[in-house]
Design a binder for this molecule. Sequence first.
Ligand SMILES: Cc1ncc(COP(=O)(O)O)c(C=O)c1O
Length: 393
Amino acid sequence: MADTPTFVRDRLAAIEAAGLLRQPPTIEATGPVTGRVGGRDATLFCGNDYLALRTDPRIAQAAADAAEAHGGGAGSSRLIAGSLAVHEELEAEIADWLGTAAALVFPSGYQANLAMLQALAGPDDQIVSDALNHASLIDGCRLSRATVAVVPHKDRRAAERALSDGAFAERFLVGEGLYSMDGDRGKVKDWMWAVHNTGAHLLVDEAHALGVLGPAGAGVAAERGAGHLPLARVGTFGKALGAAGAAIATDAATRDLLVNAGRTYIFTTGLAPAAAGAALAGIRIARSAEGDERRARLAGHARRIWNGLLDAGWQVPGDEDTPIKPAIVGPPEEAMALHHRLLEAGLYAMAIRPPTVPEGTCRIRITLSAAHSDDDIDRLLGAMGSPDTVPRP
Ligand SMILES: Cc1ncc(COP(=O)(O)O)c(C=O)c1O
């Protein structure tokens, strides 16, 4: 094998010198919110399994049934021979859930966001993108070759100004239903006005909101009574629904355009049948009365930790009732030191550093699950202490 080139070592060394080197930890799950991390038993506060469906036996059974019926993989891209009955059943279920005429399934949310922006926007168009949008939306903007204006987070006036500036064939405003690093809802109604006043189209990524917020878990646009207004909404199956994959919910003609122009739909193998079967089972639970009970438990946990962190003096961005709770620490070394202190106490919550979040806003990002207990949350609050007790390396 060839020697590693010098530039690879140099670049890695630069990342390490900045305190930003990352490695994926191996986690052996021992329960919905417990696992062994680096040989140590821990309660996990860092997954996106908000409704605690990922380890539910009904989801595993649905995955096994779909694999048995349709095989281990789709076998080809959807447009060749990989469009299976289970994909179509899943698309019908999502369209019904979100109240759209159609939906299109993708192997991942990352690919769905790329396709949404690349297939709908082109070099003659403009995309106005919220400053805190996820990397997949940023990459979708790049792939579209549209003119991109990044506007301050949830600033309606800035969005409207940007959308009114210049001559473009089409204009798009893109934001998230629930922001993944700050835990706050996107201002869907403000965005609706901005697109209404400027003739633009609204695109919303509901990755963290689907299953979690809104009536029957249908997301933030639905919660705001505006589910019918975005041109397209992305929902992912790998978070609250306990599976993998994603879909774009939209009208029938826009779905057809995505099928014909979406590069990450056309040039990739269709979603694995097991993932599609698991997603279907996850959606059916999420939409049911049981889903409502899980959402209520989750919102209760969110309020408990929100109040506890604020009382201890932490700066906690976001909305009170959402399951993403960032406690701002500041420098990366201090965020890592607090992460290690938590781990020693048997609590696993991620330290998030640039480039995922802006410089100076490193944080412990706590995410909650309906499977956590009040006692789990109180133990975490105890171990977080206050900002004054953060270890200074
Ligand atoms: C806001 C947001 N959109 C999209 C994605 C991508 O979804 P997936 O994990 O299914 O690729 C993620 C995270 O993974 C996300 O946080």
